[in-house]
Design a binder for this molecule. Sequence first.
Ligand code: SAH
Length: 495
Amino acid sequence: MGFPEENVLKAIQEYGDENVDELTDALLTYAEVEEMSETKDENINTNDDDNLYSLSSDDEDKPNYSNVLQYLINMDFSREEAAKALERCGEDASVEEVVNYICAAQMARQFDDFFAQQDKKELITNSKKRRVYNEPQRRKRKPNTAMANDELIRLPNPMTGFGVPNEPGIMTKRPVPIPDVARGPPYFYYENVAMASKGAWAKISSQLYDIMPEFVDSMYLSAAAMRRGYVHNLPIDKRYQIQPPPHYTIQEAFPVTKRWWPTWDERLKLNCLGTFLGSATLTNRLREKLEKHDGEPPESVQKEVLKDCRKWNLVWVGKNKLAPLEPDEIEKLLGFPEDHTRGGGLSRTERFKSLGNSFQVDTVAYHFSVLKPLFPNGINVLSLFTGIGGGEVALHRLNIRMNVVVSVESSDANRNILRSYWAQTDQKGTLREFTDVSKLDKHTIERLMDEYGGFDLVIGRSPCKNREGDHSYLFFEYCRILETVRSKSADMRRR
Ligand code: SAH
């Protein structure tokens, strides 16, 4: 078939030699990647910050696959990684989903490196400590870890976790109980993208007392799909939704779009919301494509347009006119108050970025609702990687009093957002800010706990790699801090 021998060997190593279709796909991908690298970077605007998260106009006439591929490469992902992720996520996947997938795969690899580098002694002590309670310990390393880690976890379908509102058959008990050692308080809540590899989830879970992740798609709680896994030790019985309930469909959330929404676009929910945007040129191209036809466009055109709509999360804002979501629309879909990220010196790009990494508030609030009766006198929160404060907004919207929030967040912009949000609420408690989780040492944590009487809830989500470099090791910072809080809490209870 004329593929270079080197590529054939590589593909066989990765996919085995049994499935010819898979092999051919892999080889075609390699070829495409190589072709892309030859034309690389010529037409991508890498330096203009405002274009960082939008598709550069010069790419427009290329086929969509290459477009997205180049776009990912422009974000500093390797060609091979990007091509593979695109292939795995499927043609209709949103750019955000593909990026999430790459991040998760990177995370899995980082876990291996991390463990390889760790002081073995410390690890042995830790794992011995936990082995008493946990059955599945870290498995023996398979010969090809990269491949083993790439294997996707079988995600539940429908992705309704341990129950979502308004769906029959809500669970009141976890399918696998929380081991005694991990029971709260203090409670903890850790989020990560669902589409991580098996390896990554196994490792996250094994570091968090082997608690089974709760996989939830936010489409059951809002008008946007967002698939996440949550490892937490919260009770699950008697959860409730914040009121008023959210809008469940795009058309309910944005009624003005109804007028322009064609019947052949059957989307009711938006795809994961992201830091990535379709550009004006893209939407213009779609408009031109649609305008060529009087009335309903032929099915082939509909299909093409819908693919871009899904990929770039476009909504109808006029006749034949599509547009990406605006930051305030994303705020709404994520359950934040209007203008949460607006002003205070934040650029549009920064708003998109902060929103794209955030929690979906309705989802998190549903999980946190069980805390309300447990803490009638208010709650002490340690919030790691706070971002724009999705966790805090969820607690506030549940009318849970926060006696103190110790927030650790490195971005000035995000800290400003939370600070001004805090000032707007009638929360009487203290907001205490730190900037770097790796600098939050044992002594500082213990001192804070003495000062405030301990923490009741530790919230976190480790950041994903983007231009700032690789952050996966930060997951271990979450674990370290959690462990310190839990052991200090036990000491405090004994006293
Ligand atoms: N759950 C949050 C979003 C978390 S995204 C929300 O609802 O908004 C992860 C956050 O970690 C980002 O905001 C990033 O700025 C921050 N971060 C990255 N490195 C950090 C570090 N070393 N210490 C503290 N925060 C960090």
